[in-house]
Design a protein around this ligand. Structure first.
Ligand SMILES: NC(=O)C1=CN([C@@H]2O[C@H](COP(=O)(O)OP(=O)(O)OC[C@H]3O[C@@H](n4cnc5c(N)ncnc54)[C@H](OP(=O)(O)O)[C@@H]3O)[C@@H](O)[C@H]2O)C=CC1
Ligand SMILES: Nc1nc(=O)c2c([nH]1)NC[C@@H]1CN(c3ccc(C(=O)N[C@@H](CCC(=O)O)C(=O)O)cc3)C=[N+]21
Length: 282
């Protein structure tokens, strides 16, 4: 039996309709500032996607493009400018940043109230303790995809491949909050397949093209592919060998058209929530 494909595009467009309606119903226009340092083509293409999606739902978006030789101090000053700007409710600094700039410092400089990426330690701490917080967009989007398909997490064994601060760690934490039993794997995990093949829900977030094949997957597992890799022919592919794994899994997400569109959608959602909170305060 071939797996059901979870279309991130479909889930995203349904959520974006709701976001659009709500944006139209509130008294202020949500504003998002996107800061892009340098001219990495992949980063530029993601940022364009975010801008286009913002416009489609009626969110104002402002793109600040900066040269890769900007100093850390100059970048922090620009973050400050948006921290103070009342029409901006969300700030996103596209990662990665050039080597001479501390990502940690920049993230910690963003006001937690405008941290719609959910990367600030205050928001991470709030997420870990189950308090109201901006949840990181990719993990949050994955939860929405599971919900949309009525996939149970309670009591399930979730295995996460990857432990980055932006994907691996928070997706595990959110699944734990949803009562899954969570195992994290990473580059020092010996015999990876011995762990992944136990997973009811397998999250692949390592950034290695198509390396999760059917041998890594349990029959009937739910497989979520976060990976975003370029093949030699220039085509985009995930961490999962889709054609092979889809014959063994019960649900699977494609790349493109899977987790990616959900990441952008949750960014829009977080920006809307931030604007609503702002409206309550003034
Ligand atoms: N679809 C979307 O919206 C998004 C997609 N992405 C994509 O997801 C992928 C992961 O992103 P990100 O978390 O930022 O990447 P990082 O490179 O920061 O982290 C990769 C993680 O995978 C682990 N890893 C690497 N190789 C292996 C291996 N062979 N076996 C087991 N674990 C391994 C690393 O382990 P260790 O810690 O030991 O180094 C690390 O924890 C990338 O392809 C990225 O492009 C990212 C963000 C959003
Ligand atoms: N501060 C910050 N926040 C991020 O959320 C962030 C970041 N930095 N740096 C890079 C990663 C990566 N990321 C993606 C978002 C959407 C797609 C996406 O929409 N992908 C489409 C395909 C896009 C294409 O065709 O190029 C898809 O999967 O269908 C991909 C990747 C967000 N990231």
């Amino acid at each position: 039996m071939s797996a059901t494909i979870i279309s991130g595009k479909e889930v995203a467009s349904s959520l974006r309709e709701e976001i659009k309606k709500e944006v139209n119903s509130i008294s202020i226009t949500p504003g998002l500032a996107v800061i892009l340092v340098g001219d990495n083509p992949a980063s530029r293409s993601y940022v364009k996607g975010k801008e286009k999606a913002s416009k489609e739902v009626g969110i104002y978006s402002e793109l600040k493009e900066l040269s890769s030789d900007i100093s850390e101090k100059e970048l922090l000053d620009i973050v400050d400018y948006y921290n103070e700007k009342p029409s901006i409710h969300g700030i996103l600094v596209q990662l990665p940043l050039p080597g001479h700039i501390s990502e940690k410092k920049v993230i910690e400089h963003i006001s937690p109230e405008k941290d719609v990426d959910g990367f600030h330690p205050i928001n991470i701490g709030r997420m870990m303790t189950g308090k109201d917080a901006f949840l990181p967009c990719t993990p949050y989007g994955i939860l929405q995809m599971l919900k949309y398909k009525n996939i149970q997490t309670e009591g399930k064994h979730a295995v996460v491949v990857g432990r980055s601060n932006i994907v691996g760690k928070p997706v595990g934490q959110l699944l734990l909050n949803e009562n899954a039993t969570v195992t994290y794997c990473h580059s020092r995990t010996p015999d990876l397949a011995s762990f992944t093949s136990k997973a009811d829900i397998l999250i692949a977030a390592a950034g290695r093209a198509e390396f999760i094949d059917a041998a890594y997957v349990k029959e009937g597992a739910v497989v979520i592919d976060v990976g975003m890799n370029r093949k030699d022919d220039g085509k985009l592919c995930g961490d999962v060998a889709f054609e092979d794994v889809k014959e063994k899994a019960s649900f699977i997400t494609p790349v493109p058209g899977g987790v990616g569109p959900m990441t952008i959608t949750m960014l829009l959602y977080n920006t809307l929530q931030s604007a609503k909170k702002h409206a309550e305060r003034v």
